[in-house]
Write a new protein. Structure first.
Ligand SMILES: Cc1ncc(C[n+]2csc(CCOP(=O)(O)OP(=O)(O)O)c2C)c(N)n1
Length: 513
């Protein structure tokens, strides 16, 4: 076998069987190996940011890493914005970039760059095997690193000669480290705080707003009266009927401060001290009241679930019934489009076990409230503030969960960073319904500009308009292979959502605002 085949075999035997890729010449041996090694599904993406965002969405839903394949430093650089989001989502990801053959680098051919330096800020692990015989072990170590803690980005840089040279049968075993529990004093102190009667919140990090951990948090909340909070940026939240409700800290600093006002104690479980998205000259960076005591029960890469269970035991809350959201059927809205009406249309049509990808920015502020008591579903949002994640996340989530409908709520400006994701969704026949909220503006930034106080000038305002020329998302979608329609009333939107979500195929709805 050559190094590329050894790599793919090691990936597949380590459970990594999906590769979102945009390859070039230096990765062509990896591509060729797809026909010689079975078990790896290659998914072509037309821009690297689609591949990195899809790998993030895949990992959030599959709970295991996909791999990516990028073309040297430039391909990797195109992937970085969504690698940033994946890094912030604490997902496992095996990130592979090709490089020139080891002996070719010194000739400074045009694509030469310092690949390790480009990717290091987002990678918990970076390894460049120097020859084919090092590839399998490097890959096994990368998979282990991707799985360690909560999930991390492990980058493998594969020189072309390490890919094409012959080597022995790959047999590197993948070892996975266990998560460590914090010291018992951490939950004893948390239990004492929860018993003292002061207004308290649990701030739940990634992986605690889903599954058993979410239920356990609900039991603790029911036993103690504590509030359940999630940061504004989270990877995946399970919600809807039957589950404990978790409140999301709002994006707008003033709203976040109001939400947290009155808290005397906060217990961090895999989450950091809540901070504003941006600093502002006359607002605080930290959102908690000044007299709020902060206790860290566990850090994100600890065994947070174990710590939560230990805390429940310390409180005698293991079996306490938790408060469940009860089902509320939302009536289908009618008439002219309003933001509240959009949220109701989503709540009224959301199918059971839908995966909602929310990059709706200003058009979707009412969506989570409207769907709190809907049928059970998952909610995925932007974790790193780098827009252009929604359409790729939808691709990754749909690949991970082909039997579940995916609803992608996408603002028009954000959609245009990674629109090529629609082509991958069409090619793979993914079950994604995308709504594009076409307000023809960077509306959130218009709000920021207005908040500066002086009347915004026309030249400044023009920078935030994306309606000149008008962008036709129906035509763009059709051009990329996805049937599309335009909904100009709530009735049309509800009908299009029913049709689209039931079609089992990709489709897109443009909603002009
Ligand atoms: C990669 C990246 N580039 C630029 C920004 C800055 N930015 C934040 S929001 C925004 C515009 C959002 O517009 P749109 O997606 O249409 O949503 P709207 O505000 O209109 O609801 C921009 C450019 C960013 N967050 N990430």
């Amino acid at each position: 076998v050559n190094g590329a085949e050894a790599l793919i075999r090691t990936l597949v035997s380590g459970g990594v069987d999906t590769c979102f890729m945009n390859p070039g010449t230096s990765e062509i041996h990896f591509v060729a190996a797809l026909d010689r090694v079975s078990g790896m599904r290659g998914i072509p993406c037309l821009f690297e940011g689609v591949a990195s965002g899809a790998a993030d969405g895949y990992a959030r839903m599959a709970g295991k890493p996909a791999c990516t394949l990028f073309h040297l430093g430039p391909g990797l650089s195109n992937a970085l914005a969504n690698l940033h989001n994946a890094y912030r989502a604490h997902v496992p990801l095996v990130n592979i970039a090709g490089d020139h053959a080891t002996y070719h680098r010194r000739f400074d051919a045009p694509l030469t760059s310092d690949i390790e330096a480009i990717v290091r800020p987002y990678s918990a692990f970076v390894r460049t095997p120097q020859n084919a015989s090092e590839v399998s072990q490097a890959c096994a170590d990368a998979i282990a690193a991707a799985h360690s803690g909560r999930g991390q980005i492990a980058t493998l840089i594969l020189p072309a000669d390490a890919a094409w040279s012959e080597t022995g049968e790959p047999n590197a075993p993948v070892g996975v480290a266990k998560l460590s529990l914090p010291d018992a004093s951490a939950w004893d102190e948390a239990a004492a705080l929860l018993r003292n009667g002061a207004p308290t919140a649990l701030l739940l990090g990634p992986h605690l707003i889903q599954g058993e951990a979410l239920v356990m948090a609900g039991r603790i909340a029911a036993a103690t009266g504590a509030k359940l909070l999630a940061p504004f940026a989270f990877g995946r939240m399970q919600r809807g009927v039957g589950l404990p409700a978790v409140e999301r800290i709002p994006y707008v600093t003033a709203d976040a401060i109001v939400k947290l006002a009155g808290l005397k104690q906060i217990i961090l479980i895999g989450a950091g001290v809540p901070a504003a998205f941006f600093a502002h000259p006359d607002r605080p960076s930290l959102l908690l009241p000044q007299d709020c005591k902060v206790h860290e029960l566990a850090r994100v890469h600890d065994d947070c679930e174990g710590a939560l269970e230990a805390l429940a035991d310390a409180l005698g809350a293991r079996q306490t019934p938790f408060a469940k959201a009860s089902y509320v059927k939302t009536a289908a809205p009618h008439g002219a489009i309003t933001l509240q009406g959009l949220a109701e249309a989503v709540a009224a049509t959301l199918p059971e076990q839908a995966i909602v990808i929310d990059e709706s920015i200003t058009s979707g502020r009412g969506m989570m409230a409207a769907t709190q008591s809907a049928v059970p579903h998952d909610w995925l949002v932007n974790t790193g503030g780098s827009i252009g994640i929604g359409l790729p996340l939808a691709v990754g989530a749909a690949v991970a969960c082909p039997e579940r409908p995916v609803l992608c709520l996408e603002a028009d400006g954000s959609a245009l960073y990674t629109l090529q994701a629609l082509w991958t969704a069409a090619r793979e026949k993914l079950r994604i319904t995308t709504i594009v909220f076409a307000n023809r503006a960077y509306a959130i930034l218009k709000g920021e500009l207005a908040a500066l106080g002086d009347n915004p000038g026309p030249r400044a305002l023009e920078m935030l308009d994306i309606g000149r020329p008008d962008i036709d998302f129906v035509a763009l979608s059709k051009a990329l292979g996805i049937p599309a329609t335009r909904a100009t009333t709530l009735d049309e939107l509800v009908a299009a959502l029913h049709r689209g979500l039931e079609s089992g195929a990709p489709n897109l709805i443009e909603v002009p605002l």
